[in-house]
Design a protein around this ligand. Sequence first.
Ligand SMILES: [Zn+2]
Length: 398
Amino acid sequence: METKKLFDLDSYVKEFEATVLSCEENPKQADSWLVVLDQTAFFAEGGGQPADQGILGDASVTHVSEKAGVISHHCDKALEVGSIVKGCINWDVRFPHMQTHCGEHILSGIILKEYGFHNVGFHMGKDFTTIDLDGELTADMVRNVENLANKAIGENVPVFAAYPDKEALASIPLRKKPEVDNLRVVTVEGYDWCGCCGTHVAHSGEIELLKIVDFQRYKGGTRLFFHCGKRALQDYQMKHSMMKALAEEFSCKPEGVADAVHKLQQDLNDVKSQLNEKNKLLFGFLGEQLKASAPEVNGCKWLFLYGGFSADEAKTFAMNMAKQDDLFCTFFMPAGDAVRYALSRSKNVDSLSTKTLCQAMNKALGGKGGGNDDLCCGSLPNLSEEELKTFFAQQLEL
Ligand SMILES: [Zn+2]
């Protein structure tokens, strides 16, 4: 027997009484029972709208599913078959679903009227609700439909569900061709007419606010991300706080933040290229100084450096030095709880292997990383200059 749907013509039924027709253990989940009632106000997941939650008797309803018109309430306790139980819908979960679902209809109706694109997918997620369209919207078009949707919300037009007969159905400008007989048509007066099983607000004004937060190309069309009601307001509040903090940080008005960030990026790029130029000079001087005091090892000079540069700079320095002849470089840069290393060897040196020494160092000192005989990079635990120097002096038999 199909379950009588109390939400079908009245989405505002929050409490109801019903008889328990069956109660079976959920084969797919432990400590879960599937309860079937003669009637219910719990909406089962479907048509892009998530399931309701709430209380049934003394059990919590965590999910609601429907198969062939029979609605199963997924409960955390078993309920006695034949008993009459009171059901209570969690309105904090349901009402935002009604706002968002109705917002989706309004947006879809407006997009079809304005641009001729169809809604081909709808998903109401925890973080975002999306509509997939079969055409490409531009940023201006997105702004236009968002404005029109909020105008429709402001007009507070009636929204209702009905089962029109064949004759009446023929005169309704349905957004989608009917796929079933006895179609349930949800009307947003003046904006949208669509076959739908979902729950909606009774007047568009209850949606409060609709904000499209993003859009992207998707399967040759467009995917829109949007929020309605409190969720849209919360999004605005969060972004406003962020924008205010950024504006204060940059000592500008919120509308000047993008330019300020762009300028900061440019300044940073300028500073980076100046630093690279200065490093080139510094590497030249420092390289000569290190070479002057470097000990001879197996026919080459061993250059040791600890600190003073970033890991990337040390790597560049090590690579630059290896372009000269007769050098073996071991550069270590403390960074937080670790020491980053760059080891390099001149092309003409074959009396020692950078790779083998790096592997021995990693093994002995607990390091990670590697490379080849030209260059090895990685990190070690936080070791001192003395410890590292001693290790290499032993390895190189100095
Ligand atoms: Zn719908």
